[in-house]
Design a protein around this ligand. Structure first.
Ligand SMILES: *Cc1c(COP(=O)(O)O)cnc(C)c1O
Length: 400
């Protein structure tokens, strides 16, 4: 028995060596990975190649809404894969139509364009704003205003939209026509709108990568008002905040505002690549035949996955997300640390370097993220309370 266990251990750790060394040798070094190879998962738990168990509070960066290998999700994916995996957008398919109907019905938006990522969803939003402005006000109205510390993606246009200069260096010239203002600076925004020809304003209601910074509700409403007064397209980037993450289906629903365009991705298909750009009645017909496209957009397998995700996000489920977020907030604030964010999008300000907290959590079997200097938690939305409690115990220990 012992020899067998040892043999397993040795071959497993060789696997690890070879995963790591092969990856290091052949995969572009754009990611500074942790020294951890994840081989399987179930719900909110995952396992490394030595069999060590982790409570995962990262969800693949807000993607696995129902955790790993969720049975309902897996059945939706596998079932669709056995019927029709792809046809191209030259033909109608049922999952695409059904998902678009669900999204429009639940948001009051009128039309959806499907793509494969958050950056693409934002790229489409920018195209909608520019085309609307060109047709209604003139093509010189091309500027898009975004916020400092925002994050909107890695393509050259969404990098331009990202209000962080360090992301821009080395890749100039970026797409022209982006202007930036500080979050919550209503006067600054009014000034920028007054002095420039503006097509659209793009915000995250909670800046994710920028440090889990929730905007002030008054500012979100002011952006809505300014857009309505000036016939400017109001765009909300719900790539991270969307699909139940903040305790509402989409985070703008917390603020009593009605965006013209909502972009989303990450959690929408529960772990498969999908982006969606939702357009209100005002800009429903801005994009016409040939104006935009995506080979994989609304791929039937991804769309079937998204339908299964959406169908489970009812009011009861969303109120549980809120309750779990409140639980984390109470425990962490009770331990003496500042907490930011909304719902299960949580930022914690540690009193030591965040990398140390993450390393200690990992050692003790909990996976966490960072956002700037903060510890960031994006747990699966259906994480069981007992696992959440156990994970928060470990985080509190690691923060000390
Ligand atoms: C992750 C993220 C993006 C980029 O999404 P990709 O799928 O990586 O292109 C854009 N906006 C926000 C708010 C995000 O969190």
């Amino acid at each position: 028995m012992k020899a067998l266990a040892l043999w397993f251990w040795l071959t497993k750790s060789e696997d690890n060596m070879s995963i790591k060394s092969t990856d290091e040798r052949y995969v572009a070094h754009t990611y500074k990975r942790f020294d951890l190879a994840i081989v399987s998962g179930s719900g909110s738990l995952c396992y490394d190649d030595s069999g060590k168990e982790y409570i995962d509070l990262t969800s693949g960066i807000g993607v696995n809404a129902f955790g790993y290998a969720d049975p309902v999700w897996a059945e939706a994916v596998a079932g669709q894969a056995k019927i029709l995996q792809h046809t191209s957008n030259l033909y109608y398919t049922a999952p695409c139509a059904e998902l678009a109907e669900i999204l429009c019905t639940r948001t009051g938006m009128s039309k959806v364009f499907f793509s494969n990522s958050g950056a693409e969803a934002n790229e489409c939003a920018v195209k909608v704003a520019r085309k609307y402005a060109a047709e209604h006000k003139g093509s010189e109205y091309y500027n898009i205003i975004t916020l400092n510390k925002s994050f909107h993606g890695r393509t050259l246009t969404t990098l331009a939209a990202t209000g962080q200069a360090n992301f821009h260096e080395k890749f100039t010239p970026l797409t022209e026509g982006f202007l930036y203002v500080d979050a919550n600076d209503t006067e600054g925004l009014k000034k920028l709108v007054g002095e420039n020809k503006v097509a659209g304003i793009l915000i995250e209601t909670v800046q994710g990568e920028g440090g889990v910074n929730a905007l002030e509700p008054d500012f979100v409403r002011a952006v809505d008002d300014i857009c309505k007064e000036n016939d400017i397209i109001f765009m909300v980037d719900e790539v991270q905040t969307g699909n139940g993450r903040t305790g509402k289906l989409y985070s703008y629903m917390h603020f009593g505002v009605q965006p013209d365009v909502v972009s989303t991705a990450k959690g929408i298909a529960g772990g498969l690549p999908m982006g969606a750009t939702l357009m209100s009645e005002k800009c429903a017909d801005v994009l016409g035949y040939g104006d935009h496209g995506s080979t994989f957009g609304a791929n039937p397998v991804c769309a079937a996955a998204a339908i299964s995700v959406m169908n489970r996000m009812d009011d009861k489920f969303l109120s549980e997300v809120t309750a779990k977020g409140d639980y984390i907030r109470k425990r962490i604030e009770g331990a003496g640390y500042a907490v930011s964010g909304l719902g299960l999008m949580v930022g914690i300000t540690p009193k030591k370097p965040v990398s140390e907290v993450i390393a200690e959590c990992m050692d003790k079997g909990v996976l966490c993220l960072s956002a700037k200097e903060k510890l960031r938690l994006l747990p699966p939305l259906n994480i069981p309370m007992e696992l959440l409690e156990k994970a928060v115990d470990i985080i509190v220990e690691a923060l000390e």
